[in-house]
Design a protein around this ligand. Structure first.
Ligand code: S3P
Length: 434
């Protein structure tokens, strides 16, 4: 449990300097999971020391995997092999992490032992049928609460069979859960997506020696394969970088360099959208890090204009809407978001919570079932409830840099789930944040 904590954020100085953004959350979760299942020892570098990813590592320790932390952001994982996990001695706590819980649901459904996955107040309200229903079609037995929410009570000992499944919502988490279950299933598991989502599970399974075929929108693998230990280099998390990209864009006189940020095309929709709005963000020193494209991102202040966000880009920026709303609030002309109903089932209802927060700072936001129109204006000081959502809290710390008065942001402790040290880095860059 977190103690509620608050920030007081206000306009600081122009944002300047070079920042190192912590490791990617999605990649860190998957690296621990696959390394745990592999034969041999894997080293993970750049592991995100966030509460979400630490919760996943702690769960694998409870499942009998020895994981060492020789230095911060490094893990040495002694894999137990595909059938080597041990029954846990009680419920497994995924904390705030939807990724942890959904991927583990697939993996644990295939084990010989029973397990129970629990989460914090936010995760306990999130929809799980999107994974339990297709897993049941593979032969898994998982009970949820009546509303399809956690805890997940997973009954082990059921043989799984591969399925050919088309996802209803574009979800990398559901795709990944099915692929992990598919490792244990008889025959082939095929997952098709309405829109391609991040493919880290597929890429990483291949890096761990699994024969998997994948292309944007489809992945297929055969069950019964073993994983071979490998070292993983985790790139910096674009979703964390996003707050600084928007901050530098909206604060006059700013120029920030974010070092070697992961630029997987399934993650960088916001970069395209900010550029459509007129942002000045350059990529320098492109390289490949752990098989992922990375580059320094250099963001300078630029006048932004409102746009209609192309619906096709929504899945590629699904975690970036809190940041986008802030950019839109500071643009010239309204910004329209459509096709983003998924935002209602993230760590909070991000459409409602962002709209309420911006209204509280004096703006007009028209909310629809699957989006919003943000009407820019002068941001006033005020109070914002982040509803315990890490990305909402960080988004309003950014918004406050352009506000006429102080902005009190409540319930910010969960920032540590994805971006420990955000406040320190933000102050170092020039944010007014206490
Ligand atoms: C994630 C996938 C996305 C994203 C989440 C991380 C992942 O969720 O919002 O923050 O690591 O697979 P969905 O797959 O549910 O869209």
């Amino acid at each position: 449990m977190h103690e509620p904590q608050a920030w007081t954020a206000r306009a600081g100085s122009p944002l300047r300097g070079t920042l190192a953004i912590p490791g990617d959350k999605s990649v860190s979760h998957r690296a621990v999971m696959l390394a745990a299942l592999a034969d041999g020892t894997s080293t993970i570098d750049g592991f995100l020391e966030g509460e979400d990813t630490r919760a996943t590592a702690a769960i694998f320790a409870r499942l009998g995997v020895r994981i060492e932390t020789p230095s911060p952001s490094r893990r040495v994982v002694h894999g137990v092999g595909i059938d080597g996990l041990k029954a846990p001695d009680g419920p497994l706590d995924c904390g705030n992490a939807g990724t942890g819980m959904r991927l583990l649901a697939g993996l644990l459904a295939a084990q010989r032992f029973d397990s129970v996955l629990v989460g914090d107040a936010s995760l306990s309200k999130r929809p799980m049928r999107r994974v339990t229903v297709p897993l049941a079609a593979m032969g898994a037995r998982i009970d949820t609460e009546d509303g399809g929410t956690p805890p997940l009570r997973i009954h082990g000992g059921h043989a799984l069979v591969g399925i050919d499944h088309t996802l209803e919502v574009a979800s990398a988490q559901v795709k990944s859960a099915l692929l992990l279950a598919g490792l244990y299933a008889r025959g082939e598991t095929v997952v098709r997506e309405p829109h391609p989502t991040r493919d880290y599970t597929e890429r990483m399974l291949a890096a761990f020696g699994v024969d998997i075929a994948f292309a944007p929108g489809i992945a297929r693998l055969r069950g019964g394969q073993r994983l071979r230990a490998t070292d993983v280099a985790v790139p910096a998390d674009f979703s964390s970088a996003a707050f600084f990209l928007v901050a530098a864009s909206i604060v006059p006189g700013s120029e920030l360099r974010l070092r070697q940020v992961g630029l997987n095309p399934r993650r960088t929709g916001l970069l395209q959208v900010l550029r459509m709005m007129g942002a000045d963000i350059r990529e320098e020193h492109p390289a490949t890090h752990g098989g992922e494209p990375v580059a320094d991102l250099v963001a300078r202040h630029a006048p932004l204009r409102g746009i209609e966000v192309p619906e096709a880009l929504v899945p590629d920026m699904i975690d970036e809407f809190p940041a986008l709303f802030v950019a839109a609030a500071c643009a010239d002309g309204p910004t329209v978001v459509r096709g983003a109903a998924e935002l209602r089932v993230k760590e909070s209802d991000r459409l409602a919570v962002m709209a309420a927060g911006l209204r509280g700072l004096g703006l007009r936001v028209d909310e629809t079932a699957d989006g919003a129109t943000i009407h820019p204006g002068t941001l006033q000081g005020g109070a914002v409830d982040s509803h315990g959502d890490h990305r909402i809290a960080m988004a309003f710390a950014v918004a406050a840099q352009r506000a006429a008065g102080a902005v009190r942001i409540d319930d910010v402790a969960n920032v540590a789930t994805s971006f420990p040290g955000f406040d320190v880095l933000a102050r170092q860059a020039g944010f007014g944040l206490a």
